[in-house]
Design a protein around this ligand. Structure first.
Ligand SMILES: O=P(O)(O)OC[C@H]1O[C@H](OP(=O)(O)OP(=O)(O)O)[C@H](O)[C@@H]1O
Ligand code: HPA
Length: 180
């Protein structure tokens, strides 16, 4: 896969992300009963860093971690608008408290599609959290219950998020700036 030359400008520091996750977990804990197990579902692949930090902030709760894999971008910068489920959950969600963890809501197609599928399985409570939200790009009426940061219409990478499958390992969120 060849990409145009680009540089990455930092947009949100690792420190700011960590501080925001602390705030978000306080809110999550207020909503889900302390004496009931929480199923935390990460949307692969982009959420793998966020979910790792989030569940460790929930260390005083009984948490089960599961993953579902959806893809609509492939290697492109534009959504195909066709969300494909590449890997389903291992566990059941019926009658359980479920928190779906997403890295970014852009057009909204991915999370909207996944929530539709999970809601049909009759969870007790189904909530969503997204680290980033680009509200100006929305094509479907969807809003996560919790959002880390609202961002402008920039193509971002890092902290799990890729451009052409690279840069997921950056500890911060940066925006891609093409140099040619
Ligand atoms: O709101 P949307 O426009 O649907 O975009 C958001 C989705 O796009 C990216 O996933 P991608 O399909 O690139 O897969 P990945 O998570 O494996 O990188 C990102 O991780 C979100 O899941
Ligand atoms: O800004 C983005 N960066 C990477 N992947 C994405 N998928 C939706 N929006 C983005």
């Amino acid at each position: 896969m060849t990409t145009r030359p680009y540089v990455i400008d930092q947009m949100i520091s690792a420190k700011a992300i960590a501080a925001r996750i602390e705030e978000l977990t306080d809110e999550i804990k207020r909503l889900f009963p302390a004496d009931e197990r929480l199923v935390v579902v990460g949307l692969l692949r982009g959420s793998f860093v966020f979910i790792a930090d989030l569940v460790r902030e929930l260390r005083d709760r009984e948490v089960e971690v599961d993953f579902i894999e959806a893809s609509s971008y492939g290697n492109a910068m534009e959504s195909s608008r066709e969300v494909r489920i590449l890997k389903d959950l291992r566990g059941e969600v019926e009658g359980r408290n479920v928190l779906v963890v997403e890295d970014i809501v852009d057009t909204g197609h991915t999370l909207n599609h996944v929530i539709h599928i999970l809601r049909a399985r009759n969870p007790k409570q189904l909530r969503t959290i997204a680290l980033l939200d680009k509200p100006t790009r929305r094509e479907v009426d969807f809003k996560a219950d919790w959002t880390g940061f609202e961002i402008p219409d920039e193509f971002v990478v890092g902290y799990g998020i890729d451009y052409a499958q690279c840069n997921r390992n950056l500890p911060f969120i940066g925006k891609v700036r093409f140099t040619e």
